[in-house]
Design a protein around this ligand. Structure first.
Ligand SMILES: NC(=O)c1ccc[n+]([C@@H]2O[C@H](COP(=O)([O-])OP(=O)(O)OC[C@H]3O[C@@H](n4cnc5c(N)ncnc54)[C@H](OP(=O)(O)O)[C@@H]3O)[C@@H](O)[C@H]2O)c1
Length: 312
């Protein structure tokens, strides 16, 4: 099968299309004929030899965790899906899933049925970013109605989904983004936008219950100025979390890191939100498999609105 092969860590041009063996589903696994594969910042960090690179195994490897497509074979014991079902998921994370490829094989319960409200490209854009937002807001921060939630990088892949999930939980949602993105964020339901370019958000906002920090560094530390005494800062860039936790502890505040996990049930919840019209998945740009390097360059620019997707 065709796949984007990584045979050494490095710059985006280490990615090239090659041939890999066709995977076979073990008992309880499905094989998905991939229509589209989402691109995430963690893919780029891993390609560069950071991120999840220690868990890839021997090179050559195939990057990519987000996939959408059709079930093409089922192993013994699979009860949730049959051949021909449209599915989407983020299997195997943080192990190698091989999403940038024509076929992926993984445990069936790490997938969900793709709802008609989402096409393959939108469904491939959703899992990793959507599960991150869901697990951070619902499982970790336990956001409740009426709470004030601040989301940094609200227009990005995780951020734009987090805004809508927080709204669906009944929160008052504030986001940081450059000014050109404020109207779009308002359309997604954001209650209050701050242009982080030229405004110090901690000086203009009232206290919040939850901060979802997708930037790290001084953004995480400055966010503590806004945190209510019983509030929680969830810091997503893994390298930044330890410093944020230390800074919070010094001030008697709470901060935590988090790493997203495969979760078929949470994917079902995200699919329900999309079906109800409460979750729009924005796709900034799509690329063919042969342009995976361009997709990584765009992601590393750090300015995209919504998600980047490879079509297979
Ligand atoms: N721990 C985990 O499990 C986990 C899971 C998912 C993601 N993450 C991490 O979370 C981070 C965000 O991921 P993502 O997929 O959402 O990234 P992304 O889509 O690449 O984010 C791009 C967005 O960031 C905004 N941005 C850049 N600098 C900003 C700043 N200083 N303040 C506010 N917004 C800013 C940009 O908006 P403007 O153009 O307006 O600047 C752009 O819309 C990455 O570091 C990623 O690795 C961690």
């Amino acid at each position: 099968m065709r796949a984007v092969v990584l045979d050494r860590f490095g710059e985006p041009d280490v990615l090239s299309v090659g041939q890999r063996p066709m995977p076979r589903p073990l008992p309880t696994e499905i094989r998905v004929k991939v229509a589209a594969a989402g691109v995430n910042p963690i893919d780029c960090k891993t390609r560069a030899g950071q991120g999840m690179s220690p868990f890839l195994g021997d090179l050559p490897a195939v990057l990519g965790w987000d996939v959408a497509g059709v079930v093409d074979a089922v192993g013994v014991g699979v009860s949730r899906f049959a051949v021909g079902d449209p599915v989407f998921g983020m299997p195997w994370f943080p192990r190698q899933a091989g999403g940038y490829a024509e076929y992926v094989t993984a445990p069936s319960r790490q997938f969900a049925a793709r709802p008609p409200a989402l096409n393959d490209i939108q469904a491939a854009a959703l899992p990793l970013a959507g599960l991150t937002a869901w697990q951070a807001l619902v499982d970790v921060a336990k956001v409740t109605e009426g709470q004030r939630v601040l989301i940094h990088a609200a227009a990005g892949g995780v951020g734009h989904l987090a805004v809508q999930i927080a709204k669906s939980l009944g929160a008052y949602v504030i986001g940081t983004a450059s000014a050109a993105k404020h109207r779009l964020l308002g359309d997604l339901g954001l209650d209050e936008a701050v242009n982080y370019q030229g405004t110090r958000f901690e000086q203009v906002l009232d206290p919040v219950d939850v901060v979802l920090d997708l930037i790290g560094g001084d953004v995480a530390v400055r966010s503590l100025d806004l945190l209510r005494p019983d509030g929680l800062l969830v810091c997503l860039p893994s390298k930044a979390a330890a410093d944020a936790i230390t800074a919070a502890e010094e001030r008697g505040l709470r901060a935590t890191g988090m790493i997203v996990e495969p979760d078929g049930h949470a994917l079902d919840k995200l699919a329900d939100l999309a079906t109800d019209g409460a979750l729009r998945v924005l796709v900034a740009e799509t690329f063919g498999l042969d342009r995976a390097a361009d997709a990584h360059r765009l992601s590393e620019g750090g300015r995209t609105t919504g998600k980047i997707v490879l079509t297979v």
